[in-house]
Write a protein that binds this ligand. Sequence first.
Ligand SMILES: [Zn+2]
Length: 127
Amino acid sequence: MPTTIHSMNRFLVFFIVWAILGFSALLFYFRASAAAKRRNHPFIVIIGVAIFLGFLYWVGLPSEVFLYGIPFAIFLAFSYIRSVRFCDACNANVISRNFLTSPKQCTKCGAPLGAPPGRTGPGLPPG
Ligand SMILES: [Zn+2]
């Protein structure tokens, strides 16, 4: 891939958009309620991965990269969705140390954690 002014501009757009999205996600994860985070977390991760892959394609990465990159990105996205829970008691974001399992207890306040992200089960506040 030849480095031209054109592709440098695309990288610049990529980093600016990515920084704005990252800052927005940070604000959301620090300010939103646990129920809102639980409901929206899978969509935010999936949309983030899709935008990231779209940008990689747009800046001109060779298509062979996507042959392995897309399945790996999907695996990472679903593992990340499963490994993050949100505490209803203290509103903390709890990320499992083991990337493949869901945390069962809040690491901040010790309360048991509710349903996996994206679900609102019985006993959880509507939200
Ligand atoms: Zn907690």
